[in-house]
Design a protein around this ligand. Structure first.
Ligand code: 0T9
Length: 383
């Protein structure tokens, strides 16, 4: 463990020992301070839109083939932020703050060059297990992403394996009045580098983007597999049954944190995505101005804990964290006594998702159905 501060080596060693035995949910495990991040998981859905112009461009395509390629390009371009940005900003992957039930995060990306404003809303819809639901919408373009995610973790060969549970649905209001739907599933993660105290993420297995006309399988490999490079992927776009006569097939290969190109199909040799340039961070709404959004706004809720972690005052961080946890315990106790349940603000939970079932079938993906959180379309509040 070269990256572990000497004073925390024994606590890192015992943390590693305990993750080998705890499986399922690592979110509430106690970690040595050097590995703590001051950012809550409710902020992570913002990674979906660090390239707002790629998100809005999905609406500007002339054909189904171009639109599918625009969706895949936007998706691939989010991976760098989702899976490598903590390494860049904090030196390694860190343990995010574990959101409380009802925690909220609101933000936006401004309208620039006619791309329209994109709004973000996130709500922690479950604490045990942790589940985060989100909606991201560019209203002027009619593009909307709604999804939720949870994780199942296990330990294998010295790495943490994270199976992502949940999916997202992207919808686009077409000029014809129709709505195009895209089912998006999520890759598997392997957290390597634990032994050295310098964790980083590699992606593996396959994730899917499926619409009525296309099935896109995205395979992920790390060093030593098909291209021999870290963060490699191969996306294969195949027309869905009934569309083979009119739509083309494409294969795209590259590394998701840099660039990729078409390696088969009519565009062979052309560049596909390129994320070597700058990204646009979300503008948080309500995090700085206390009171405005209520105590459950993530940056307000975790303010003192985050300050403690940033400034190395871990006693304060852990004291403040205990306050939040005790408050949560009391709320759950009160609800139990009163026979009430914490009301979700922006989502309704349902047991199955017809869009997932219908589109998932085209890719023969499993499981055949998943539960989902339906967005109540109540943000921003109507004046
Ligand atoms: C959805 C993303 C997810 C959340 C994080 C596994 C993880 C929690 C979930 C999957 C986002 O769209 C993408 C990126 C990173 C994922 C996190 C990485 C991570 O380590 C944590 C888990 C819970 C831990 O904190 C493990 C302990 C820690 C010591 C390793 C650094």
């Amino acid at each position: 463990g070269e990256a572990v501060p000497p004073a925390q080596r024994s606590s890192w060693a015992s943390f590693l020992k305990s993750i080998a035995s705890v499986s399922g949910d690592l979110s509430s495990m106690t970690c040595p301070p050097f590995i703590l991040s001051p950012v809550s998981l409710t902020e992570f859905p913002a990674y979906w839109c660090e390239h707002p112009e790629l998100f809005s461009a999905i609406a500007d395509q002339g054909t189904e083939e171009q639109r599918m390629l625009a969706v895949v390009k936007w998706f691939i371009s989010t991976l760098k932020g989702q899976y490598t940005s903590r390494n860049e900003s904090m030196g390694s992957e860190k343990k995010p703050l574990n959101p409380v039930l009802g925690e909220l995060f609101y933000g936006n990306w401004p309208d620039v060059n006619g791309r329209g404003e994109t709004e973000l809303l996130v709500e922690q819809v479950s604490h045990h297990p942790p589940i985060t639901a989100y909606a991201i919408e560019n209203k002027s373009k009619g593009v909307k992403l709604v999804g939720h995610n949870a994780q199942k973790t296990s330990f294998s060969g010295g790495s943490i394996i994270v199976k992502q549970i949940g999916h997202a649905t992207l919808t686009i209001k077409l000029p014809s009045g129709d709505v195009a739907e895209y089912l998006i599933t999520l890759p598997r993660l392997r957290i390597d580098g634990l032994w050295y105290g310098a964790p980083y993420i590699e992606l593996s297995e396959t994730s899917w983007i499926i619409c009525k006309e296309y099935v896109c399988a995205i395979e992920y490999k790390g060093k030593g597999y098909f291209s021999g490079k870290t963060h490699s992927f191969k996306a294969t776009l195949t027309p869905a049954p009934g569309f083979g006569g009119t739509l083309g097939s494409h294969v795209i290969e590259g590394t998701w944190h840099t660039t990729s190109k078409f390696t088969s199909g009519p565009k062979t040799g052309l560049e596909f995505h390129n994320v070597t340039g700058p990204k646009e961070e979300v503008t948080a709404i309500g995090g700085q101005t206390s009171g405005e959004m209520g105590e459950f706004e993530t940056r307000q809720l975790w303010k003192q804990v985050a300050k403690g972690i940033r400034e190395g005052d871990f006693d304060m961080a852990s004291r403040e964290k205990s306050k939040i946890e005790n408050d949560q315990r009391q709320r759950r106790k009160d609800e139990l006594a009163a026979g009430t349940k914490w009301p979700l603000k922006h989502f309704d939970h349902v047991d199955s998702d017809p869009t997932y079932e219908r589109l998932g079938k085209l890719g023969k993906i499993t499981p055949v159905t998943e539960d989902m959180y339906v967005f109540k379309e109540n943000w921003p509040p109507v004046a």
